[in-house]
Design a protein around this ligand. Structure first.
Ligand SMILES: [Zn+2]
Length: 119
């Protein structure tokens, strides 16, 4: 995980898969409103929470499919999920050779998403 600033928060970015991690409550603090996570028990994820190493659960937050930790309420977003969310720009992620996008591009996606959520 590598932290970088995005708006009012500092995001953690996984240097391995270039996913984004929001600490529990971080998104809600940023937006100043509750973001209910709807768990999707039919989807199995293999990701472990980077904070407490529990298996994360598939969930939907603000219309976006994420992985959610039921213990610390952390939210994990794949880099590709963030791109898909950003106005439907093409997503070209090939497993194992996904190009790591520069922080600035990821930050733009995050800010675009937060704008949509009414930040
Ligand atoms: Zn957790």
């Amino acid at each position: 995980m590598r932290p970088f600033p995005a708006g009012k928060v500092e995001l953690d970015r996984c240097t391995f898969c270039s996913g984004l991690w929001f600490d529990g409550g971080e998104l809600e603090a940023l937006l100043g409103k509750k973001l209910p996570a709807t768990l999707d028990p039919d989807v199995v994820t293999s990701r472990k929470c980077p904070a407490d190493n529990l298996s994360m659960q598939a969930a939907v937050v603000a219309g976006l499919r994420v992985e959610f930790c039921t213990k610390c309420h952390g939210v994990f977003l794949d880099d590709g999920e963030m791109v898909a969310l950003n106005g439907g720009k093409p997503v070209r992620i090939e497993r194992g050779q996904a190009p790591v996008r520069p922080e600035a591009a990821v930050k733009d996606d995050v800010m675009g998403w937060l704008d949509k959520l009414g930040a």
